[in-house]
Write a protein that binds this ligand. Structure first.
Ligand code: FAS
Ligand code: PHB
Length: 390
């Protein structure tokens, strides 16, 4: 088989890149390790920057997003028994974010790809990348006991943190940066109305909590748990009690409890691999970087990588130049590191760090108290949360 761009991974990165390239007549094949159902069953991000919404629109996959997405102009920070709203829209000249689950984004993109008759091979195994340091790369994979090979012009490694693409880069050619946090997020989905019309990020001495949502009928909540915590140790009752204990009274009183239909623990880490290009192989999204979800940046960073790579490929296939492809890694990393910093800052300010004790808690409360009473500090948070310019 032969294609223009072989895409490894059918998550948001791979699907969005495939859809944008289809729009300019560049053929792709997506190879996906899991089943279609497994990919769609993953519950992850919930907040989209305007740039991500615009890119999904350019890919022709934003109809449901525009119909069902929830525009949010602000967030609240809760600490010391009170919630403080930050009017991000007023502080950023009218910008806002849109609440719309990553699961829905993935479904919208998958359905667009299927409607266009574009090829995604699910349940592949032993995907291997070949000769991407030359002008004739290829990818091989096994399925149903048969080994297949795809010759291509480029390989887009959209296969996430645990994927094969980054691991295929020659030893020593990659520099990685990592910070593991001593905690994770226990998240639940429940068919109950949200506690507030916008998101509430709570700092509490018992630990961080987040009140989010997927729709006016479906809520998404998180509480910080130790890194080695097991989800089996958390009944719904235990979760709701702990959530209530970490929220200000007026927010806690507005929480509607109910049976969870999804409950999982996500580890928190910051990770960046440099550079993001190796000859004809480009690393995209979580394959190249991971951020703690506190800043709602993971999915949005994947989208900005796709934007930069798509621009370079469009320029290449337009017969113009390789300048965009040559600039991809530096351009993407400049934005990645700003998002890594913001996500680290939000995580450090809002979570309980066992080693910093009571002093650390007071420092966090002082930072939050300064922040919510300073227009300059609120503006800095708002500019980063709604999404920095491309
Ligand atoms: P993805 O990991 O989504 O997709 C990679 C795809 O490649 C997967 O489908 C995988 O099966 C496939 N793959 C892997 N190895 C392969 C191989 N060898 N061959 C073929 N296919 C292979 N971000 C937020 O902004 N907010 C959040 O709340 C949030 N919560 C998260 C919770 C969890 C548990 C995780 C893991 C991430 C979370 N994120 C969150 C970040 C997340 O949304 C990512 O940023 C987003 O999924 C990135 O998309 P992709 O780069 O496409 O990677
Ligand atoms: C979510 O709704 O899943 C969500 C929202 C904001 C975050 C992280 C996760 O910062």
């Amino acid at each position: 088989m032969r294609t223009r761009v072989a895409i490894i991974g059918s998550g948001p990165s791979g699907l969005l890149l495939g859809q944008l390239l289809a729009g300019i007549g560049v053929e792709t094949i997506i190879l996906e390790r899991s089943s279609r159902e497994h990919v769609l069953g993953r519950v992850r991000a919930g907040v989209l920057e305007q740039g991500t919404v615009d890119l999904l629109g350019e890919a022709g996959a934003a109809d449901r997003l525009h119909a069902q997405g929830l525009p949010h102009e602000g967030i609240s920070l809760a600490f010391g028994g009170r919630a403080h709203r930050i009017d991000m829209s007023a502080l950023t000249g009218g910008k806002h974010v849109t609440v719309y689950g990553q699961t829905e984004v993935t479904l919208d993109l998958m359905q667009k790809r299927e409607a266009a008759g574009l090829v995604t091979v699910f349940e592949t195994s032993n995907v291997a990348l070949h000769d991407f340091d030359g002008a004739s790369p290829s990818v091989s994979y096994d399925r149903d006991g048969v080994t297949h090979r795809i010759d291509c012009d480029f390989i887009a490694g959209c296969d996430g943190y645990h994927g094969v693409s980054r691991k295929s880069v020659p030893e020593g050619a990659l520099k990685t940066f990592e910070r593991q946090y001593p905690f994770g997020w226990l998240g639940v989905l429940a068919e109950v109305p949200p506690a507030d019309r916008e998101l509430v990020y709570a700092n509490h001495e018992r630990g961080f909590a987040l009140c989010s949502m997927r729709s006016p009928q479906r809520s998404r909540y998180y509480v910080q748990v130790p890194a080695d915590e097991r989800v089996e140790a958390w009944s719904d009752d235990r979760f709701w009690d702990e959530l209530h204990s970490r929220l200000p009274p007026q927010i806690a009183a507005a929480v509607t409890t109910g049976p969870s239909f999804e409950k999982s623990i996500a580890p928190l880490r910051s990770f960046v691999a440099e550079p993001m290009r190796f000859g004809r192989l480009f690393l995209v999204g979580d394959a190249a970087h991971i951020v703690p979800p506190t800043g709602a940046k993971g999915l949005n960073l994947a989208a900005s990588d796709v934007r930069y790579l798509f621009a370079g490929l469009r320029e290449f296939y337009g017969g113009k130049s390789e300048a965009g492809l040559d600039a991809y890694s530096a351009k993407a990393l400049a934005r990645v590191w700003k998002a890594v910093r913001f996500s680290w800052w939000m995580t450090t300010m809002l979570h309980r760090f066992p080693e910093t004790g009571e002093f650390g808690q007071r420092i966090q409360e002082a930072e939050l108290d300064y922040l919510v009473h300073s227009k300059a500090a609120c503006t800095a948070l708002a500019e980063n949360y709604v999404g920095l310019p491309y």
